[in-house]
Design a protein around this ligand. Structure first.
Ligand code: GLU
Length: 337
Protein backbone atom coordinates (compact mmCIF):
# COMPACT_ATOMS: atom_id res chain seq x y z
CA UNK A 1 0.00 0.00 0.00
CA UNK A 2 1.52 3.35 -0.92
CA UNK A 3 1.22 6.21 1.53
CA UNK A 4 0.09 9.59 0.25
CA UNK A 5 2.89 12.22 0.20
CA UNK A 6 0.98 14.61 2.48
CA UNK A 7 0.79 11.89 5.15
CA UNK A 8 4.38 10.69 5.39
CA UNK A 9 4.62 8.34 8.37
CA UNK A 10 7.49 8.66 10.82
CA UNK A 11 9.38 5.45 11.67
CA UNK A 12 11.81 5.34 14.59
CA UNK A 13 14.78 2.99 14.24
CA UNK A 14 16.96 1.69 17.09
CA UNK A 15 20.23 -0.14 16.40
CA UNK A 16 21.53 -2.51 19.07
CA UNK A 17 24.43 -4.24 17.25
CA UNK A 18 24.56 -7.76 15.79
CA UNK A 19 26.04 -9.15 12.59
CA UNK A 20 24.27 -6.48 10.57
CA UNK A 21 26.56 -3.90 12.23
CA UNK A 22 29.73 -6.00 12.29
CA UNK A 23 32.73 -5.61 10.00
CA UNK A 24 36.40 -6.46 10.45
CA UNK A 25 38.62 -3.46 11.12
CA UNK A 26 41.63 -2.68 8.88
CA UNK A 27 43.95 -5.69 8.87
CA UNK A 28 41.60 -7.70 11.09
CA UNK A 29 40.09 -11.07 10.22
CA UNK A 30 36.98 -11.10 12.37
CA UNK A 31 33.84 -8.99 12.39
CA UNK A 32 32.85 -7.04 15.54
CA UNK A 33 30.08 -4.44 16.07
CA UNK A 34 31.14 -1.10 14.55
CA UNK A 35 28.29 0.43 12.54
CA UNK A 36 25.83 2.94 13.97
CA UNK A 37 22.14 3.29 13.16
CA UNK A 38 23.02 6.09 10.73
CA UNK A 39 25.62 3.88 9.00
CA UNK A 40 23.08 1.06 8.69
CA UNK A 41 20.39 3.25 7.21
CA UNK A 42 22.69 5.15 4.83
CA UNK A 43 20.42 6.56 2.14
CA UNK A 44 17.91 3.68 2.47
CA UNK A 45 15.10 5.92 3.74
CA UNK A 46 15.59 8.64 1.14
CA UNK A 47 13.43 7.18 -1.61
CA UNK A 48 10.75 5.86 0.71
CA UNK A 49 7.49 7.62 1.45
CA UNK A 50 8.32 7.98 5.13
CA UNK A 51 10.50 9.93 7.51
CA UNK A 52 13.04 7.93 9.46
CA UNK A 53 14.57 8.85 12.82
CA UNK A 54 17.42 6.60 13.90
CA UNK A 55 19.38 6.15 17.10
CA UNK A 56 22.12 3.77 18.22
CA UNK A 57 21.12 2.36 21.61
CA UNK A 58 23.77 -0.38 21.92
CA UNK A 59 26.55 -2.08 19.96
CA UNK A 60 26.52 -5.65 21.25
CA UNK A 61 26.47 -9.20 20.01
CA UNK A 62 22.95 -10.40 20.70
CA UNK A 63 24.37 -13.17 22.88
CA UNK A 64 24.91 -10.34 25.40
CA UNK A 65 21.28 -9.16 25.27
CA UNK A 66 19.80 -8.68 28.74
CA UNK A 67 16.56 -7.50 30.32
CA UNK A 68 18.00 -4.04 31.05
CA UNK A 69 18.71 -3.47 27.34
CA UNK A 70 15.33 -4.88 26.34
CA UNK A 71 13.47 -2.61 28.77
CA UNK A 72 15.53 0.43 27.75
CA UNK A 73 14.75 -0.28 24.09
CA UNK A 74 11.06 -0.87 24.75
CA UNK A 75 10.84 2.41 26.72
CA UNK A 76 12.70 4.27 23.95
CA UNK A 77 10.27 2.82 21.39
CA UNK A 78 7.23 3.79 23.48
CA UNK A 79 8.55 7.36 23.75
CA UNK A 80 9.11 7.46 19.99
CA UNK A 81 5.47 6.46 19.43
CA UNK A 82 4.31 9.08 21.96
CA UNK A 83 6.30 11.62 19.95
CA UNK A 84 4.52 10.67 16.72
CA UNK A 85 6.19 7.57 15.23
CA UNK A 86 3.74 5.32 13.38
CA UNK A 87 5.99 2.31 13.88
CA UNK A 88 9.35 1.28 15.29
CA UNK A 89 12.18 -0.85 13.89
CA UNK A 90 14.67 -2.51 16.23
CA UNK A 91 17.86 -3.82 14.61
CA UNK A 92 19.89 -6.43 16.49
CA UNK A 93 21.79 -9.71 16.21
CA UNK A 94 19.81 -12.72 15.11
CA UNK A 95 21.00 -15.13 17.79
CA UNK A 96 18.54 -13.93 20.43
CA UNK A 97 16.24 -11.98 18.12
CA UNK A 98 13.32 -14.35 18.77
CA UNK A 99 13.59 -13.62 22.49
CA UNK A 100 13.64 -9.86 21.95
CA UNK A 101 10.60 -10.16 19.70
CA UNK A 102 8.76 -12.25 22.28
CA UNK A 103 9.68 -9.89 25.14
CA UNK A 104 8.19 -7.03 23.10
CA UNK A 105 5.16 -9.19 22.35
CA UNK A 106 4.62 -9.62 26.09
CA UNK A 107 5.22 -6.02 27.11
CA UNK A 108 4.33 -3.76 24.14
CA UNK A 109 1.10 -1.91 24.89
CA UNK A 110 0.91 0.33 21.82
CA UNK A 111 -1.14 -0.27 18.68
CA UNK A 112 1.89 0.79 16.62
CA UNK A 113 3.94 -2.13 15.27
CA UNK A 114 7.39 -2.79 16.72
CA UNK A 115 9.39 -4.64 14.06
CA UNK A 116 12.63 -6.48 14.82
CA UNK A 117 15.21 -7.33 12.17
CA UNK A 118 18.88 -8.11 11.66
CA UNK A 119 21.09 -9.92 9.17
CA UNK A 120 22.79 -13.25 8.74
CA UNK A 121 25.66 -11.95 6.55
CA UNK A 122 27.71 -9.04 7.72
CA UNK A 123 28.13 -6.05 5.38
CA UNK A 124 31.62 -7.14 4.27
CA UNK A 125 30.29 -10.42 2.79
CA UNK A 126 28.88 -10.98 -0.71
CA UNK A 127 25.08 -10.92 -0.76
CA UNK A 128 24.82 -9.26 2.64
CA UNK A 129 21.18 -9.27 3.68
CA UNK A 130 21.12 -6.34 6.12
CA UNK A 131 19.93 -3.56 3.81
CA UNK A 132 17.11 -5.68 2.38
CA UNK A 133 15.94 -6.69 5.83
CA UNK A 134 15.98 -3.10 7.09
CA UNK A 135 14.06 -1.97 4.02
CA UNK A 136 11.42 -4.66 4.64
CA UNK A 137 11.22 -3.75 8.34
CA UNK A 138 10.75 -0.03 7.53
CA UNK A 139 8.02 -0.93 5.05
CA UNK A 140 6.21 -3.07 7.64
CA UNK A 141 6.60 -0.44 10.38
CA UNK A 142 5.17 2.35 8.20
CA UNK A 143 2.18 0.35 6.96
CA UNK A 144 -1.05 1.10 8.89
CA UNK A 145 -2.11 -2.53 8.51
CA UNK A 146 0.65 -3.42 10.95
CA UNK A 147 -1.32 -1.68 13.72
CA UNK A 148 -2.61 -3.88 16.52
CA UNK A 149 -0.30 -6.75 15.60
CA UNK A 150 2.17 -6.19 18.43
CA UNK A 151 5.70 -7.39 17.89
CA UNK A 152 6.74 -8.45 14.39
CA UNK A 153 9.92 -9.79 12.80
CA UNK A 154 10.72 -8.80 9.22
CA UNK A 155 13.35 -11.11 7.78
CA UNK A 156 14.13 -12.36 4.29
CA UNK A 157 10.91 -10.64 3.11
CA UNK A 158 8.75 -12.69 5.49
CA UNK A 159 6.87 -11.09 8.37
CA UNK A 160 6.60 -13.25 11.49
CA UNK A 161 4.60 -12.78 14.70
CA UNK A 162 6.74 -12.32 17.81
CA UNK A 163 4.34 -14.86 19.35
CA UNK A 164 5.63 -17.66 17.10
CA UNK A 165 8.95 -16.75 15.52
CA UNK A 166 12.05 -18.90 16.10
CA UNK A 167 15.57 -18.90 14.70
CA UNK A 168 15.86 -22.23 12.94
CA UNK A 169 19.16 -21.99 11.08
CA UNK A 170 22.62 -20.83 12.14
CA UNK A 171 23.83 -19.59 8.76
CA UNK A 172 21.16 -19.44 6.03
CA UNK A 173 19.58 -16.09 5.21
CA UNK A 174 16.23 -17.89 5.59
CA UNK A 175 16.97 -18.24 9.31
CA UNK A 176 13.53 -17.65 10.87
CA UNK A 177 10.37 -19.69 10.91
CA UNK A 178 6.96 -19.44 12.54
CA UNK A 179 6.18 -23.12 12.06
CA UNK A 180 3.64 -24.52 12.64
CA UNK A 181 1.72 -21.24 12.43
CA UNK A 182 3.37 -19.80 9.31
CA UNK A 183 4.31 -16.17 8.61
CA UNK A 184 1.79 -13.33 8.94
CA UNK A 185 2.74 -11.58 5.72
CA UNK A 186 5.35 -11.17 3.04
CA UNK A 187 6.96 -8.08 1.57
CA UNK A 188 7.06 -7.85 -2.19
CA UNK A 189 7.78 -4.91 -4.53
CA UNK A 190 7.77 -2.58 -1.53
CA UNK A 191 4.32 -3.67 -0.36
CA UNK A 192 3.26 -5.73 2.67
CA UNK A 193 0.80 -8.52 1.93
CA UNK A 194 -0.92 -9.68 5.13
CA UNK A 195 -2.61 -13.06 4.89
CA UNK A 196 -5.13 -12.44 7.70
CA UNK A 197 -6.59 -9.49 9.65
CA UNK A 198 -4.92 -8.66 12.97
CA UNK A 199 -5.97 -11.10 15.71
CA UNK A 200 -6.83 -10.07 19.28
CA UNK A 201 -3.79 -10.11 21.60
CA UNK A 202 -3.56 -10.54 25.38
CA UNK A 203 -2.96 -7.28 27.28
CA UNK A 204 0.66 -6.19 27.70
CA UNK A 205 2.31 -7.27 30.95
CA UNK A 206 3.01 -4.23 33.14
CA UNK A 207 6.66 -3.72 34.12
CA UNK A 208 6.32 -1.13 36.90
CA UNK A 209 8.72 -1.95 39.75
CA UNK A 210 9.87 -5.09 37.90
CA UNK A 211 12.89 -6.81 39.44
CA UNK A 212 14.58 -9.18 37.00
CA UNK A 213 17.31 -10.21 39.45
CA UNK A 214 17.62 -13.94 40.19
CA UNK A 215 17.74 -16.92 37.88
CA UNK A 216 14.97 -18.63 35.90
CA UNK A 217 16.86 -21.43 34.14
CA UNK A 218 15.79 -23.92 31.49
CA UNK A 219 16.51 -27.54 32.45
CA UNK A 220 16.38 -30.03 29.60
CA UNK A 221 15.07 -33.57 30.04
CA UNK A 222 16.45 -36.58 28.18
CA UNK A 223 18.28 -39.84 28.65
CA UNK A 224 19.71 -40.40 32.17
CA UNK A 225 17.54 -37.63 33.59
CA UNK A 226 17.80 -38.14 37.33
CA UNK A 227 16.44 -34.75 38.39
CA UNK A 228 19.74 -33.96 40.17
CA UNK A 229 20.38 -30.80 38.18
CA UNK A 230 16.92 -29.48 39.02
CA UNK A 231 17.43 -30.30 42.69
CA UNK A 232 20.79 -28.49 42.73
CA UNK A 233 19.31 -25.41 41.07
CA UNK A 234 16.35 -25.23 43.44
CA UNK A 235 18.68 -25.57 46.44
CA UNK A 236 20.79 -22.76 44.97
CA UNK A 237 17.77 -20.46 45.13
CA UNK A 238 16.46 -20.03 41.58
CA UNK A 239 13.19 -18.07 41.29
CA UNK A 240 11.50 -20.55 38.98
CA UNK A 241 12.35 -23.24 36.44
CA UNK A 242 11.30 -24.05 32.89
CA UNK A 243 11.64 -27.68 31.94
CA UNK A 244 12.44 -28.41 28.31
CA UNK A 245 10.59 -31.68 28.73
CA UNK A 246 10.38 -34.67 26.43
CA UNK A 247 7.68 -34.82 23.78
CA UNK A 248 4.35 -33.43 24.91
CA UNK A 249 5.66 -32.58 28.40
CA UNK A 250 7.14 -35.70 29.97
CA UNK A 251 10.02 -36.28 32.40
CA UNK A 252 11.62 -39.35 33.96
CA UNK A 253 10.11 -40.97 37.06
CA UNK A 254 13.17 -39.82 39.04
CA UNK A 255 12.74 -36.25 37.88
CA UNK A 256 9.05 -36.37 38.76
CA UNK A 257 9.96 -37.09 42.41
CA UNK A 258 12.29 -34.08 42.44
CA UNK A 259 9.70 -31.86 40.75
CA UNK A 260 7.07 -32.83 43.33
CA UNK A 261 9.39 -31.62 46.14
CA UNK A 262 10.65 -28.59 44.20
CA UNK A 263 7.13 -27.31 43.56
CA UNK A 264 6.89 -26.53 47.28
CA UNK A 265 9.67 -23.97 46.69
CA UNK A 266 9.32 -22.56 43.16
CA UNK A 267 6.96 -22.50 40.18
CA UNK A 268 7.85 -25.00 37.46
CA UNK A 269 6.73 -24.63 33.85
CA UNK A 270 6.77 -27.69 31.57
CA UNK A 271 7.46 -26.87 27.90
CA UNK A 272 8.14 -29.28 25.06
CA UNK A 273 11.70 -29.63 23.75
CA UNK A 274 10.68 -30.75 20.24
CA UNK A 275 10.40 -27.23 18.76
CA UNK A 276 6.89 -27.93 17.47
CA UNK A 277 3.52 -28.95 18.85
CA UNK A 278 1.82 -28.27 22.18
CA UNK A 279 2.24 -29.90 25.55
CA UNK A 280 -0.61 -32.28 26.43
CA UNK A 281 -2.99 -32.07 29.37
CA UNK A 282 -4.67 -35.44 29.66
CA UNK A 283 -3.41 -38.31 27.54
CA UNK A 284 -0.79 -40.16 29.62
CA UNK A 285 -0.78 -41.24 33.23
CA UNK A 286 2.71 -42.71 33.90
CA UNK A 287 4.99 -41.25 36.57
CA UNK A 288 6.41 -38.06 35.00
CA UNK A 289 3.61 -37.77 32.42
CA UNK A 290 1.80 -34.51 31.72
CA UNK A 291 -1.20 -35.47 33.87
CA UNK A 292 1.12 -36.47 36.74
CA UNK A 293 2.98 -33.14 36.53
CA UNK A 294 -0.27 -31.15 36.34
CA UNK A 295 -1.63 -32.99 39.39
CA UNK A 296 1.51 -31.93 41.32
CA UNK A 297 0.93 -28.27 40.44
CA UNK A 298 3.29 -27.78 37.49
CA UNK A 299 2.21 -25.33 34.78
CA UNK A 300 2.07 -26.55 31.19
CA UNK A 301 3.48 -24.18 28.54
CA UNK A 302 1.07 -25.19 25.77
CA UNK A 303 2.49 -24.02 22.46
CA UNK A 304 5.23 -21.88 24.01
CA UNK A 305 8.70 -23.32 23.52
CA UNK A 306 11.19 -23.39 26.41
CA UNK A 307 12.82 -20.06 25.41
CA UNK A 308 9.57 -18.18 25.21
CA UNK A 309 8.39 -19.88 28.40
CA UNK A 310 11.50 -18.69 30.21
CA UNK A 311 10.88 -15.08 29.13
CA UNK A 312 7.24 -15.24 30.20
CA UNK A 313 7.98 -16.90 33.55
CA UNK A 314 10.89 -14.55 34.33
CA UNK A 315 8.81 -11.49 33.44
CA UNK A 316 5.89 -12.68 35.57
CA UNK A 317 8.13 -13.46 38.55
CA UNK A 318 9.92 -10.12 38.14
CA UNK A 319 6.58 -8.43 38.72
CA UNK A 320 5.64 -10.57 41.72
CA UNK A 321 3.08 -12.84 40.04
CA UNK A 322 1.47 -15.51 42.22
CA UNK A 323 1.36 -19.20 41.23
CA UNK A 324 -2.27 -18.74 40.17
CA UNK A 325 -1.32 -15.81 37.96
CA UNK A 326 1.55 -17.81 36.39
CA UNK A 327 -0.89 -20.62 35.58
CA UNK A 328 -3.47 -18.19 34.16
CA UNK A 329 -0.93 -16.31 32.00
CA UNK A 330 0.48 -19.54 30.53
CA UNK A 331 -3.03 -20.75 29.73
CA UNK A 332 -3.81 -17.42 28.09
CA UNK A 333 -0.56 -17.01 26.14
CA UNK A 334 0.44 -20.62 25.59
CA UNK A 335 -2.80 -22.14 24.42
CA UNK A 336 -4.70 -21.41 21.25
CA UNK A 337 -8.04 -22.03 22.94
N1 GLU B 1 24.47 -14.62 13.75
C1 GLU B 1 24.39 -13.55 14.71
C2 GLU B 1 23.77 -12.34 14.04
O1 GLU B 1 23.21 -12.56 13.04
C3 GLU B 1 25.67 -13.34 15.41
C4 GLU B 1 25.79 -12.12 16.22
C5 GLU B 1 24.64 -11.71 17.07
O2 GLU B 1 23.66 -12.42 17.25
O3 GLU B 1 24.72 -10.59 17.59
O4 GLU B 1 23.74 -11.22 14.40
Amino acid sequence: MSVSPEKRPLVAVAALGGTISMVPGDGEDHAVPRLTAADLLGDLGENLEMDVRAETLAGISSASMDFATLIRTRDWAARAVDEGAEGVVVIQGTDTLEETAYFFELTWASEAPIVVTGAMRNPSLPSADGAGNILAALTVAADPRGRGRGSLVAFNDDVHAGRWVRKTHSSHVEAFSSAPAGPLALVSEGLVHYFHPAAARPAALPLENADFSGLVPIVESGVEDTGELLETLVKAGVKGVVLAANGAGHVSAGSADVIERALAEVPIVVAGRTGAGPTFRGTYGFRGSESDLIAMGATMAGWLDPRKSRLLLHTLLATGASRERVEAEFRLRGDLA
